[in-house]
Ligand binder design. Structure first.
Ligand SMILES: *[C@@H]1O[C@H](CO)[C@@H](O)[C@H](O)[C@H]1NC(C)=O
Ligand SMILES: *[C@@H]1O[C@H](CO)[C@@H](O)[C@H](O)[C@H]1NC(C)=O
Ligand SMILES: *[C@@H]1O[C@H](CO)[C@@H](O)[C@H](O)[C@H]1NC(C)=O
Ligand SMILES: *[C@@H]1O[C@H](CO)[C@@H](O)[C@H](O)[C@H]1NC(C)=O
Length: 479
């Protein structure tokens, strides 16, 4: 009882601390829904002032259903700089799900963190292989978990009612599923626009209905700038540099702006892109001689079987005055936007951000990369040294296919039904367990014998011993 009160007191304290911190660091945006979960740990952990609540805590609005139990795994041989949420994982031998209550209808950012931990008990490098679904969308299939830079996968999921359900399903009986941390955050209303410009060999057109489409963020690039970490982003995103994607052989220079970025209604908001993205860019300068068709190009490898939403971020931080910068935007070599007048788009304000959404269908010409280019337009009339083009940021989102899947042509229902019927199996196992307990009680009363068993049962009993609070969550709840 005393322990319980201490725990409640601690949670209350953690809650007060976390709410006061989040008030002071969140710049403007405070999401209606925000669930941060630290999986496989019985303590909360704080990363960049954000508290990830233990998934064994009954205080959160998160429920874990795992009919056949789970293991809370502690990573071994981890270097000291590995953040706390990547030091533990929850492991499942059978289908399990996390249910997170959400209050707001609309797009939610779902970030799943996977760090394939080293452990002498379980070898995840060998044994992890699983599927993940989120609210009926297949988001990962035959996934084996990431490490280092590839630990986070981010999905944008439209939520109609009540909850986000994340299912983890081992791909075969002999395989395991795991997860280190989960974030579910309601996106600001203006994050995903419903309409975009489609670009193909047949020209451009309008495409509607994007808001309810499930997507995976595959690239988030701060062009010409530095890496932006969740600590410095309004929505705790990571933006990486563009160096690796910029095609060589083109003259471009990095631009950096120290003044204030002028966010205004009708343009991009600070949630769409933070100051650190808009105050850096790559620009192409007019040189004497032949005017090239394109000045700068970037190549992004993508999977060929999906449509992609491409968001290009612009902010004229480099022109000396308005009305001087016009350029063409090309996607996969097709003209996507001719004579883009950045001053007009930004309501005649310099250093004011703006973005354009395009959709390309990679399946049409089965391309395995997306090429973005900018180049001078016929309206450009700058002299030598004037600007030909600019780009500040790029985001590329993979869009779910007609089966609602982001990973393969298979529906979530097919994945769930192709697993053996766990319900009957788990009743059977419960009966077996009961008999085992009865037998072992009997044997124990006959003669005291030390069990030395390194199998799954032993580990899962360890969990219960370490962490008795979690016991009730794993007991005989069925999906
Ligand atoms: C696992 O442990 C080995 C040996 O200590 C180490 O070299 C390797 O980097 C570790 N892997 C991860 C993902 O931490
Ligand atoms: C895990 O399995 C991989 C591949 O078989 C092997 O290279 C690695 O050493 C194993 N790690 C441990 C901790 O046993
Ligand atoms: C945040 O951004 C500032 C200004 O760009 C930079 O000096 C600082 O190192 C960044 N912090 C982190 C944790 O990325
Ligand atoms: C620019 O001018 C050239 C030659 O006059 C023409 O072929 C091309 O289509 C024009 N480009 C745009 C985007 O209008």
């Amino acid at each position: 009882m005393a322990i319980l009160y201490t725990r409640i007191g601690f949670l209350l304290f953690a809650f007060l601390v976390s709410s006061s911190i989040s008030v002071s660091v969140s710049l403007t945006f405070s999401p209606a829904d925000e669930s941060l979960i630290n999986c496989g740990s019985d303590v909360d952990s704080t990363v960049d002032n954000r508290v990830f609540v233990s998934d064994a805590s009954s205080a959160s609005n998160v429920k874990l259903f795992s009919p056949e139990g789970s293991i809370a795994l502690q990573g071994e041989y981890l270097s000291l700089n590995v953040p706390q949420i990547y030091r533990t994982a929850r492991i499942f031998a059978r289908q399990a799900k996390y249910e997170l209550k959400v209050g707001e209808k609309g797009t939610h950012m779902v970030r799943l963190h996977f760090n394939r931990l080293n452990s002498s008990k379980i070898n995840l490098s060998d044994d992890a292989e699983f599927h993940v679904t989120v609210n009926g969308h297949v988001v990962l299939r035959n996934f084996r978990g990431g490490y280092d830079e590839s630990r986070v996968r981010e999905f944008l999921i439209w939520v109609d009612a009540g909850e986000v359900v994340i299912r983890l399903i081992p791909s075969r009986d002999s395989k395991l599923a795991f997860v280190n941390a989960i974030e579910v955050i309601s996106a600001p209303k203006d994050l995903i626009a419903d309409t975009a410009t489609s670009v193909s060999r047949d020209g451009t057109g309008k495409l509607n209905g994007l808001a309810k489409q499930a997507m995976e963020v595959v690239y988030r690039i701060n062009v010409g700038g530095r890496k932006v970490t969740p600590f410095n982003d309004t929505l705790w995103r990571t933006w990486v540099t563009d160096d690796e994607y910029l095609k060589a052989g083109h003259a471009s220079e990095k631009a950096y702006f120290t003044g204030r970025i002028k966010y205004r209604p009708g343009g991009a908001s600070r949630e769409v892109g933070p100051d650190n993205v808009y105050n850096t860019a790559r620009v192409a300068r007019r040189s004497s001689g032949v005017v090239p068709e394109v000045d700068m190009s970037w190549d992004f490898p993508v999977s060929a079987d999906y449509k992609h939403l491409i968001r290009m971020h612009f902010c004229d931080i480099a022109s000396k005055s308005l009305g001087l910068l016009y350029f063409n935007i090309y996607i996969n070599g097709y003209l996507a936007y001719g004579d883009f007048d950045i001053s007009y788009a930004a309501d005649n304000v310099l250093a004011s951000p703006y973005y354009i959404d395009f959709v390309v269908d990679a399946t049409v010409d089965s391309r395995s990369s997306i090429t973005l280019s900018v180049g001078p337009s016929n309206m450009t009339s700058v002299g030598e040294g004037g600007l030909d083009a600019i780009l500040n940021g790029v985001e590329i989102m993979k869009m779910s296919n007609s089966l609602g899947s982001l990973d393969g042509f298979v529906s979530a229902d097919t994945i769930l039904t192709s697993c053996p019927n766990r319900r009957n199996l788990s009743i059977f196992i419960a009966m077996m367990a009961f008999m085992c307990i009865f037998m072992s009680f009997y044997i124990a009363t006959q003669r005291k014998k030390v069990r030395d068993d390194y199998g799954w049962t032993k580990l899962s009993m360890d969990v219960r011993e370490d962490n008795p609070k979690s016991g009730h969550q794993f007991a005989s709840r069925l999906p």
